[in-house]
Design a binder for this molecule. Structure first.
Ligand code: SF4
Length: 467
């Protein structure tokens, strides 16, 4: 890519260093205030309060609430929860757990009204750090409740085989790269149009997203962190871009002169394929020649029975959930693969989701694979229903991509589970907020371990085995 003059996410990441230390610590004011922006010096050499008198504890607490609020709104969109004011009706097996922890966080039942209350709390700073942290936890539990309300019927079952790796690009074929959220109807139509295509074959390949269509998953060539590098290989004849795609990939299309189709324009499958075919006919040879054997295989478990199977590994009586998005703070794939190997060596069954699961599939590790958005929650639900939650030795998020995932991790901890996040959270600017959060979670029987640095594999392994 550098020989072609293509800048990728790696270079942009390096140019962004060091990233804003105030924001990273939660000390850049998150209030909806037009008298700022104010920041507080973490070392006590500069401002120790905002213009209005806000101190570091309330600022860091409000940062947590701001991120959690964003995450829960993303969850509302994902779970199509547009009934404002609807009270969360918990169902078994998490209903009793939810009722017990809500007693610790104010008692009042949860509804989507919490979202407006949180937004009002973030308009001007008057609430205490303790109240703000508690509101963050209520919101995070609401995020879990929204996912529960949208869950599949208890007796649903099924799995999807998945294939992942650069080997999917081997050979000569019309290759359509797909990234972002694409309407399932469009993916199905494309699959129907391309089924049985030969000489040349037409391939639909995901660039890091888990894209279901009609009970199967599109093959995935790479993780999300590798998507730009993979696309820069010159092996793609068209990009179909959906909501949520990073702007770096469409920008590569322009530089590589690859046609770009946006799913928001409501394109027709036949027209997409026609455009890809025309681009294929005028292609120049790509220098990247992938090895066809570089394809890992796995099985995504969807129904309760299949998830239960995914949580078993020989005689292992302990279960570790380890998943999440790529992050450029860490060497890609290192944490998921090394930890999965080490945990299996320590007699843990491992199940994963998201990019982390793709790394494990590519490494041919025999792990359970869970749905990308709800992975750990589906496992928790199955274990709770079987009375086997004590076998769960922890849930580790190896990376976070968006606020929904942060709220999800926080919500699982608030439900009384042992959770860790391997990337730093913007809380370290206030010891009081870290302590308040820890004490609130402990009262509900939960833990959220987080680090002030990108965690190393042995730190996470110790956390699973010894904390
Ligand atoms: S709320 Fe206070 S600390 Fe925040 S930007 Fe406004 S004046 Fe500054």
């Amino acid at each position: 890519a550098s020989q072609k003059g293509l800048g990728l996410n790696w270079e942009r990441y390096e140019k962004q260093q060091p990233q804003d230390g105030f924001l990273r610590l939660g000390l850049s004011c998150p209030y909806g205030c037009m008298q700022g922006p104010c920041r507080i010096d973490p070392y006590g050499r500069g401002a120790d309060r905002g213009i209005c008198g806000l101190d570091r504890d309330a600022m860091a607490a409000a940062s947590l609430l701001r991120l959690t609020l964003q995450g829960v709104m993303e969850a509302m969109h994902l779970h199509r929860s547009d009934h404002y004011g609807a009270e969360i009706a918990w169902t078994a097996p998490l209903d009793k757990k939810a009722a017990a922890v809500m007693e610790k966080f104010g008692g009042a039942p949860l509804s989507t009204r919490e979202i407006i209350e949180s937004a009002i709390m973030l308009s001007r700073p008057s609430a205490t750090p303790e109240a703000i942290v508690r509101q963050s936890l209520r919101l995070a539990i609401l995020g879990i409740g929204l996912a529960e309300a949208d869950r599949k019927p208890e007796n649903s079952s099924g799995f999807s085989d998945c294939r992942a790796g650069y080997g999917l690009l081997a050979g000569d074929a019309i290759t359509i790269g797909i990234a972002g959220a694409i309407p399932e109807a469009l993916v199905r139509a494309l699959m129907e149009e391309t089924a049985g295509s030969k000489n040349p074959e037409v391939r639909l390949i995901s660039l890091g997203d888990w894209i279901p269509a009609g009970g199967v998953l599109l093959p995935i060539v790479c993780t999300s962190g590798e998507a730009e590098t993979t696309f820069a290989s010159g092996r793609f004849n068209l990009l179909l871009a959906g909501h949520g795609i990073d702007p770096g990939i469409p920008a590569l299309c322009t530089k590589l002169k690859v046609p770009l189709v946006s799913s928001v324009d409501n394109p027709k499958a036949a027209a997409i394929i026609k455009q890809a075919r025309a681009a294929f006919d005028r292609r120049t040879p790509a220098s990247f020649t992938p090895d066809a054997t570089l394809i890992g295989k796995g099985r995504l478990s969807l129904g309760a029975v299949d998830v239960e199977t995914a949580l078993q590994d020989g005689q292992s009586s302990k279960i570790a959930l380890l998943g999440g998005a790529d992050t450029l703070l860490q060497s890609l794939g290192h944490l998921p693969v090394e930890l999965a190997k080490a945990l299996r060596g320590e007699n843990h069954a491992v199940a994963s989701w998201g990019d982390a699961a793709l790394w494990m599939v590519k490494a041919d590790l025999p792990v359970g694979i869970l749905e990308a958005n709800e992975g750990p929650l589906t496992a928790v639900r199955v274990l709770a229903a079987k009375g086997k939650l004590s076998a769960l030795k922890g849930i580790c998020f190896t990376g976070l991509k968006d606020c929904r995932e942060l709220a999800f991790a926080l919500g699982l901890a608030a439900l009384g589970l042992k959770v860790s996040v391997a990337v730093p959270l913007p809380l370290w600017g206030s010891e009081k907020v870290c302590t308040t959060l820890r004490e609130n979670l402990a009262a509900a029987g939960g833990h959220l371990t987080h680090f002030d640095h990108p965690a190393k594999a042995d730190e996470i392994l110790n956390w699973f085995l010894r904390s």
